[in-house]
Design a protein around this ligand. Structure first.
Ligand code: PMP
Ligand code: GLN
Length: 384
């Protein structure tokens, strides 16, 4: 009898749960797993409550409720000038996580190679493996974590069929520039690759624009764009995500999704539709508030003696821990609650190239300012 489940690499599979459990057990300030410690807008919650109370509690259409698909299409048009048919070119998923999984399972065949930015968001590794695909890392390296276009080109082989892109990038905070995106697009067009673009932090860039790769010439027909209500509206626990793009790619997602979740939860979908239609003032103040938190945390981490790489986007700042006298991020993070009463996440769990990630540690700043200040006070006390 088999006593062990099929082992998935997953590199960082359990790190978020491990670190959140460590924070809960030790009372440490949790700057590990990326979730806000305040809810999103009340008006959005009110729409969800009304949906629950008005009987929208049975299966949604597999592709998603019409008002959310329309809101996603209108959002893509409003912010990026992307035109989508909401009935054929948008699918609602259970978080971006399901969109990524269904996209990979729907589009990657056994033996296909997928180019992926490393450090990877952890689910990428596992779902490529579930599909029988092979990941080909393109490493973003400290100190600037920019795309190495030569490395990208060198990673392409005759078996390459897809690029799994992530910008703004978790965990480095890199936002790919139009030139970097053009380089990815050139490779995709030259080798006829599909691009699966994870843009969950699209509204979290600080002073630089987010450019969806689908807007570049020749890319709309080969790009599946993925996002989520979790990050943009601070409802990570709702797990409402979506994928959009040409009908043949959306169909591939739907083909897998129908046997993963079948359909996604009904009552939260109209609420995220309302959220996507909020006015510009919401998006501006959300980004400005997160930028202040980034600045607060980065200044504090530097004062505590860490080398800080200030991120251009996302919820996360990366540091090098070597100035504190440590060189192994995983060991450091496991000891940090005891050393300082804080929890963070090591980069190396998101790497095949362990050396590149070993001294790097990620800290979440999507927390109340007083929580960030408490974390920084503890770190300063412990290390200076
Ligand atoms: N992609 C990236 C890069 C993320 O950081 C996250 C957040 N956990 C996800 C996907 C998953 O998003 P969701 O919670 O909507 O499934
Ligand atoms: N995206 C969040 C992070 O990177 C949460 C990940 C998770 O819990 N799977 O921290």
């Amino acid at each position: 009898m088999k006593t062990q489940s099929r082992r998935l690499d997953g590199l960082g599979t359990t790190i978020f749960a491990e670190m959140s459990a460590l924070a809960a057990r030790t009372g440490a300030v949790n700057l590990g797993q990326g979730f806000p410690d305040t809810d999103g807008p009340d008006a959005v919650v009110d729409v969800a409550v009304a949906a629950l109370r008005s009987g929208r509690n049975q299966y949604a259409p597999g592709i998603g409720v019409p008002e959310l698909r329309a809101a996603v299409a209108d959002h893509q048009s409003r912010f990026y000038g992307i035109a989508l048919d909401p009935d054929r070119e948008v699918v609602v998923t259970t978080g971006a996580t399901e969109a990524i999984a269904a996209a990979v399972l729907g589009l990657v065949d056994p033996g296909d190679e997928v180019l992926v930015l490393e450090p990877y968001y952890d689910s990428y590794v596992a779902v490529i493996q579930m599909a029988g695909g092979v990941r080909r890392p393109v490493t973003l390296r400290a100190p600037d974590f920019r795309l190495d276009v030569e490395a990208l080109r060198a990673a392409v082989t005759p078996r390459t069929t897809a690029v799994l892109l992530n910008t703004p990038h978790n965990p480095t905070g890199t936002v790919l520039t139009p030139d970097e995106l053009a380089a990815v697009a050139a490779v995709a067009v030259e080798h006829d690759l599909v691009v699966i673009s994870d843009e969950v932090y699209e509204h979290l860039t600080f002073g630089v624009p987010h450019v969806p790769i689908a807007t570049l010439p020749g890319m709309a027909e080969r790009t599946l764009t993925i996002s989520s209500g979790g990050k943009s509206f601070a409802f990570t626990g709702w797990k409402v995500g979506w994928a959009s793009g040409p009908a043949h790619l959306v169909d591939a997602v739907m083909g897998a999704k129908q046997f993963i979740t079948y359909t996604s939860g009904s009552p939260l979908q109209p609420a995220i539709a309302a959220a996507l239609r909020m006015d510009d003032a919401y998006f501006t103040s959300f980004t400005d508030g997160m930028r202040e938190r980034r600045d607060l945390l980065c200044a504090g981490l530097e004062a505590a003696g860490l080398k800080v790489f200030v991120p251009q986007g996302t919820y996360f700042a990366t540091t090098d821990i070597r100035p504190l006298g440590f060189d192994d991020g995983l060991d450091f993070c496991r000891r940090l609650p005891e050393l300082a009463g804080v929890v963070a996440v090591p980069h190396q769990v998101f790497h095949d190239d362990q050396d590149a990630g070993r001294p790097l540690v990620r800290w979440a700043f999507c927390k109340r300012p007083e929580v960030l200040t408490e974390a920084v006070t503890r770190l300063t006390r412990a290390f200076t």
